[in-house]
Write a protein that binds this ligand. Structure first.
Ligand SMILES: [Zn+2]
Length: 341
């Protein structure tokens, strides 16, 4: 109810056009210039010339929140480019270190090694001169393997029940959250075993080549001056749920594979599913300059940087948050509350 009310109010403010005036007044009043925000995205989908089975899977990814359409991505990236300043992860870390954040700085990051990065995202970034960081899960590159949550999505997509797309997306979300909260390996395999009562036919599968990057794709991407490559483990386990020796193999293994293929040092990491604890952070600290979490992170912790899902909120809420108005309204309300106490 609260989020619906927030969305309606944000919509009225955004589409009236008065948000710029409010934002300017609040920025002056609060003497607040802006903040660094890191966005996270996964698949960016262009559905043209795809088979119907792939189109169905694309729709499921979008409903599940693991994908955005190319059109929506262009809309949001263009907005950020026009009204904020999109910088690289490297620049963001430099600014965080010296506390120089007096502007609406934004960083774009993409997780999980999807083929969409080279087929859809890179041409858009190149055209608009937007920097970005791609975090790679190395164990699925040029193998027959799929990321575990892609297996969940593909399997649920092939089931005859539930029929409704929204119910299927909720089912995928529930299974993934359950796996993340528990032991990922044992439970994942049991759940997939139960779901796969029948083998997927070729037409139901999304082909490995259409879903993930190859090393040759990655070599092309990493030579572009606006792209940074980071590590995201070998098999995308929940690092807090496995022994620390195994977590070390995952972290070190992904660095070794990426560096041997691209010939550059890797300095950024992102935690699979944003999950970390002190022990895992300590491990990551030994190998990287900085690491990204998800919404559970913070801009004060260089090894658990907070990231916001680029496509999670409706466009008008995203726009008001990106330009700082929502944060300034919150700051103003906090000041009023303090004064009234
Ligand atoms: Zn991931």
């Amino acid at each position: 109810m609260k989020s619906i009310l927030k969305s309606v109010l944000c919509g009225a403010l955004f589409y009236s056009g008065y948000h710029w005036l409010f934002n300017w007044i609040l920025a002056k009043l609060l003497q607040e210039k802006g903040e660094l925000q890191i966005f996270l995205a996964h698949r960016i989908i262009n559905s043209s010339s795809k088979r119907s089975s792939e189109l169905n899977l694309d729709k499921l990814y979008i409903k599940w929140g693991q994908a955005m359409t190319e059109k929506e991505f262009v809309r949001r990236a263009s907005f950020l480019k026009r009204y904020c300043k999109i910088i690289s992860m490297q620049k963001a870390i430099e600014k965080l270190k010296v506390g120089r954040l007096g502007y609406q700085y934004k960083v774009l990051t993409f997780d999980d090694t999807y083929y969409d990065f080279i087929s859809v995202v890179v041409p858009i970034l190149k055209k608009n001169r937007i920097p970005a960081t791609f975090f790679l899960t190395t164990g699925i590159i040029e193998t027959e393997k799929y990321l575990w949550f892609d297996e969940v999505a593909t399997t649920v997509n092939s089931l005859s029940h539930p029929k409704k797309l929204s119910a299927k997306a909720e089912f995928v979300r529930l299974i993934c959250n359950f796996i993340i909260l528990n032991d990922p390996y044992k439970i994942r395999d049991s759940i997939l075993g139960v779901l796969k009562k029948k083998n997927l036919t070729k037409s139901e599968e999304s082909s490995h080549a259409s879903l993930y990057l190859t090393w040759s794709d990655i070599q092309k991407i990493c030579n572009l001056d606006f792209i940074e490559i980071g590590a995201h483990t070998v098999t995308h386990p929940v690092l807090t749920k496995i022994p620390i020796s195994q977590a070390k193999d995952e972290v070190v293994g992904s660095i070794a594979q990426i560096e041997s293929h691209i010939g550059k040092r890797i300095v950024f990491f992102s935690y699979p599913n944003g999950q970390f604890n002190k022990q895992v952070q300590q491990l990551v600290r030994q190998h990287f300059k900085a690491a990204c979490a998800t919404g559970n992170g913070s801009m004060e912790d260089m090894f658990a940087l907070k990231r916001t899902n680029l496509g999670q909120e409706p466009f008008h809420v995203f726009a008001l948050r990106a330009t700082g108005l929502l944060r300034r309204i919150k700051m103003l309300l906090n000041k009023i509350r303090v004064i009234s106490i």
